[in-house]
Design a protein around this ligand. Structure first.
Ligand SMILES: *Cc1c(COP(=O)(O)O)cnc(C)c1O
Length: 339
């Protein structure tokens, strides 16, 4: 992939050097070529008409695991040395990150162990097992599973692949930004689902380096928006976790956050919060108007535009980050059921 570098901004013009560079993202893109999908950026006629500017959708739902997380996990694993690869990988995620680590490890012939609590539903366990990972059931909470990850990294020599707060993971997610600018050089606004900030942080590094005048906006759910609360507080803070339709956006950013907080604080122009009803409307819009099955986390961009929560003032890209939603829940929502 060749990208013309914009001359008027280098990331180093920020006060402190940021933990991920455009160069790291370009290297990730070279590493990922042929190993993850270069996803299409498709025009939404419906939204373009609605807002009066071209609106394009970046379809990360088309990655082999149904979400963008494959980019970061694959880049982080490919960046490991032979010895660490041979010893194997471990993570505690049962969601899209767990799928990504399992899939990438299987493709690369590396052992991956996914630790999970006994409360994880059987269908989620089987989905990860089917991708080739070893399952380790420990305790009765996500914290118990995370403790097992730490034990296996210390005593078992396994390498933990974190879901967002890791420079190689962020660089992998940032390759989406390179692709969007390449396909849409007149980009004015980009809307990005935001949880731990690996996706938004990585894309922001690429977009702000190549197109400094573009607006980069993170979108979270109102219920438990940890990065929003942290940026407001000026330091990583924890928030109460609540159930949400955007389940892939749940969880904290880590009080000892090293990478993504700094990126989001420095580079995001705004963080917008959407309600559960607005997320449901986003999922419905995706199904009825765009022909897409999108999970709650992947629908927050639609939600924000439909609710008028972002002012659109030029060509806009929406990152549609994932499509892994329980089919029964999806049906209830698109049939108009309550959130
Ligand atoms: C993980 C995830 C996000 C959020 O990514 P972060 O890097 O944690 O901000 C958004 N959408 C989907 C579908 C995800 O799986």
């Amino acid at each position: 992939m060749t990208i013309m570098k914009s001359e008027n901004l280098s990331i180093s013009t920020y006060k402190n050097p940021l933990p991920v560079s455009l160069e790291a993202i370009e290297q990730a893109a070279a590493r990922l070529e042929g190993r993850v999908e270069r996803t299409p950026l498709v025009r939404s006629d419906n939204l373009s008409k609605r807002v009066g500017y071209p609106v394009h959708l970046k379809l990360e739902t088309l990655q082999p695991i149904g979400a963008f997380k494959l980019r970061g996990a694959m880049n982080a694993i490919l960046s490991l040395g032979d010895e660490k690869r041979q010893r194997g990988l471990v993570t505690a995620s049962t969601g899209n990150h767990g799928r990504a680590v399992a899939y990438a490890a299987e493709k690369l012939g590396i052992r991956a162990t996914i630790c999970m609590s006994s409360l994880v539903p059987a269908n989620k366990v089987e989905a990860i097992r089917a991708l080739g990972a070893e399952i380790r059931i420990v305790g009765r909470s996500q914290d118990d599973a995370q403790e097992e990850v730490e034990r296996l990294t210390k005593s078992g020599g396994l390498t933990a692949i974190p879901p967002f707060d890791h420079a190689d993971v962020v660089a992998g997610q940032g390759t989406i930004g390179l692709e969007v600018i390449e396909d849409m050089p007149d980009l004015e606004t980009i809307l990005i689902p935001l949880s731990g900030g690996g996706l938004a942080g990585g894309i922001a590094v690429a977009v702000k380096a190549l197109k400094p005048e573009a607006r980069v906006i993170g979108i979270s759910m109102e219920r438990g928006a940890a990065m929003h609360a942290s940026v407001k507080a000026g330091r990583p803070v924890s928030v109460r976790e609540e159930e949400t339709l955007a389940d892939s956006l749940g969880g904290g950013i880590g009080l000892a956050n090293r990478v993504t907080f700094a990126l989001c604080q420095a580079l995001l122009d705004d963080i917008v919060l959407v309600s559960e009803d607005e997320i449901a409307a986003g999922i419905r819009h995706a199904a009825h108007e765009e022909g897409l099955t999108v999970e709650g986390a992947g629908a927050v961009g639609f939600a924000a535009v439909l609710a008028g929560k972002v002012t659109i003032s030029g060509p806009t890209a929406i990152i549609v980050s994932g499509g892994n939603i329980d089919p029964a829940l999806h049906k209830t929502i698109i049939d108009g059921g309550a959130a």
